[in-house]
Design a protein around this ligand. Structure first.
Ligand code: FE
Length: 396
C-alpha cells in the first residue's frame, strides 16, 4: 500500500500572492522570518490581501534561521491565544518549517517533541486551522513537503519532523518573491533542488507517481539554474517552479545519503557551517559514483543522463557523463568541488580527520539513509566523506 500526498491547491505564477484575497476564513496568523519579506513589501501586501478577504490578521515575526524549539513553542502559544483558522507561513524554509511545528503544538498543546519525532506518527491535524505556505527561496520546497526541521539548541539536536499531516493545504508559488534572492543563495538553493530531484529519482521508495516530477525538475534545473544565477528573471521564475516539482517528488519518494552527509557535516566544524545546498552540490557527484556500483541505481542515473540529452555508449559512460555535467555545473555557479576548498579552507584537514569517524556514524544513522539505493558501511562512509574532502574519485 502506498500513499502520494500533495497540497490541495498549488497556485503558481507572478502575482499569485493576490490569491490571499479569496481565502475563506475568520482569523489568520502570518508567520515570517527576519525581515526581507517586510523590506520588499510582500508582508504588507499579504496582510492587506488577507484583510480584503475579511480576515482578522496577527503577525508572528522574527523566526530565526534553523528555528528553535523555543520559537516553535512561543508561536504555538501565540496561536492558542489568537485562535486562527488559517496559518500563513511566508519566507525561506525556516519560517515555514517553524510554522508547521507550531501548528502541531497549537492543535495538541500537551504533545511533546519526543512524541512526534517518530516519523509518520503525528496526531490528526486540521482540527483548528489549515495551513498555507508562501516560499521566497527556490530550494527547500517546504511549501509542498511533509517535512520540517527544528533545532533543540540546549540538547544540540536537530529534530527532522516527517508526517503527511504537515503537508500544507495550500501553496502559493509566486516567483515575484524569489526575484529578491542574492546570486549565491540562488546557486545553493538551486543545487539543493537538483539534489532533491536526483535523490528522489533513485530512491528505493521512488514510484511511477514521483518519477515524472523528479525528471521534469532535473531537466528544468539544468535548463534554467545558470541563467537564474546570473539574474535572468524568466529563468528565476522557472527555477521557482522546478524546486516545487522536486519537492513534490521527494516528499513522497524521500531522499538519500547526499542529504545524510550534508545534514551531519553542516554544523560539525568549528569555523562555521557548510551551507546545505552547497554541501549537496559538492557531494552529489561523489555519491552518484558510489551508488552506481549498484546496477539498478546505475540504470536510473543513466536514465537521467539520457533524459537531459547526455551521450554515452553504455550505462557506465552515461553515469560518468552525468557526474561530469554536475561538476561542470558547480564550477559555473562558483561552487567548490570539495570540502577542503570550501570558503577558503574553512575546514582544516586535521579537524576533518579528527571528526570523520563520528560524522560518518551519524550520517549512516540519518533519516535519509534508509531510502538510498546502496547502504554504506562505516568504512565506506568514511572513505566517501574523505573523497568529498579531497575531491577524489570514488572507486569502491
Ligand atoms: Fe535539501
Amino acid at each position: 500500500m502506498s500513499r502520494f500526498t500533495l497540497p490541495r491547491d498549488i497556485h503558481y505564477g507572478k502575482g499569485t500572492l493576490d490569491v490571499l484575497k479569496t481565502l475563506k476564513g475568520k482569523k489568520a496568523i502570518v508567520v515570517v522570518g527576519g525581515g526581507s519579506m517586510k523590506r520588499f513589501g510582500f508582508l504588507d501586501k499579504a496582510v492587506n490581501n488577507l484583510k480584503e478577504a475579511g480576515m482578522e490578521v496577527r503577525l508572528f515575526e522574527n523566526v530565526e534561521p534553523d528555528p528553535s524549539v523555543e520559537t516553535v513553542m512561543k508561536g504555538a502559544a501565540a496561536m492558542r491565544e489568537f485562535e486562527p483558522d488559517w496559518i500563513i507561513a511566508m519566507g525561506g524554509g525556516s519560517p515555514i518549517d517553524a510554522a508547521k511545528a507550531m501548528w502541531v503544538f497549537y492543535e495538541y498543546p500537551n504533545t511533546t517533541f519526543e512524541e512526534i519525532i517518530q516519523p509518520f506518527s503525528f496526531p490528526e491535524l486540521r482540527q483548528k486551522a489549515k495551513f498555507l505556505a508562501i516560499p521566497s527561496t527556490s530550494g527547500t520546497a517546504t511549501e509542498v513537503t511533509a517535512f520540517s526541521v527544528i533545532t533543540d539548541y540546549a540538547k544540540g539536536i536537530k529534530y527532522p519532523l516527517a508526517d503527511f499531516n504537515i503537508t500544507p493545504d495550500v501553496a502559493i508559488v509566486d516567483p515575484d518573491l524569489a526575484e529578491t534572492m542574492p546570486a549565491k543563495l540562488t546557486a545553493h538553493t538551486g543545487m539543493d533542488a537538483l539534489t532533491h530531484a536526483i535523490e528522489a529519482y533513485v530512491s528505493t521508495l521512488h514510484t511511477c507517481f514521483t518519477d515524472p516530477l523528479a525528471l521534469q525538475a532535473i531537466g528544468m534545473v539544468f535548463g534554467y539554474l545558470q541563467a537564474s544565477y546570473t539574474g535572468d528573471k524568466g529563468a528565476r521564475e522557472q527555477m521557482h517552479y522546478a524546486q516545487c516539482l522536486a519537492g513534490m517528488a521527494f516528499s513522497n519518494a524521500l531522499l538519500g545519503i547526499v542529504h545524510s552527509m550534508a545534514h551531519k557535516t553542516g554544523a560539525a566544524f568549528k569555523n562555521g557551517h557548510i551551507v546545505h545546498g552547497c554541501a549537496n552540490a559538492m557531494y552529489l557527484p561523489k555519491v552518484i559514483q558510489f551508488n552506481a556500483k549498484n546496477p539498478e541505481a546505475a540504470e536510473r542515473y543513466a536514465q537521467i543522463a539520457t533524459y537531459v540529452g547526455l551521450k554515452g555508449a553504455n550505462t557506465q559512460e552515461l553515469v560518468k557523463a552525468l557526474c561530469d555535467k554536475i561538476s561542470d555545473f558547480n564550477k559555473s555557479l562558483n561552487i567548490p568541488s570539495c570540502i577542503k576548498d570550501y570558503e577558503g579552507g574553512m575546514v582544516p584537514e586535521e579537524e576533518f580527520k579528527a571528526k570523520l569517524h563520528d560524522i560518518a556514524a551519524l550520517a549512516i544513522s540519518d533519516a535519509c539513509t534508509g531510502s538510498n539505493p546502496r547502504i554504506p558501511t562505516q568504512e565506506e562512509m568514511e572513505k566517501l566523506l574523505t573523497c568529498c574532502y579531497f575531491d577524489q574519485e570514488v572507486d569502491f
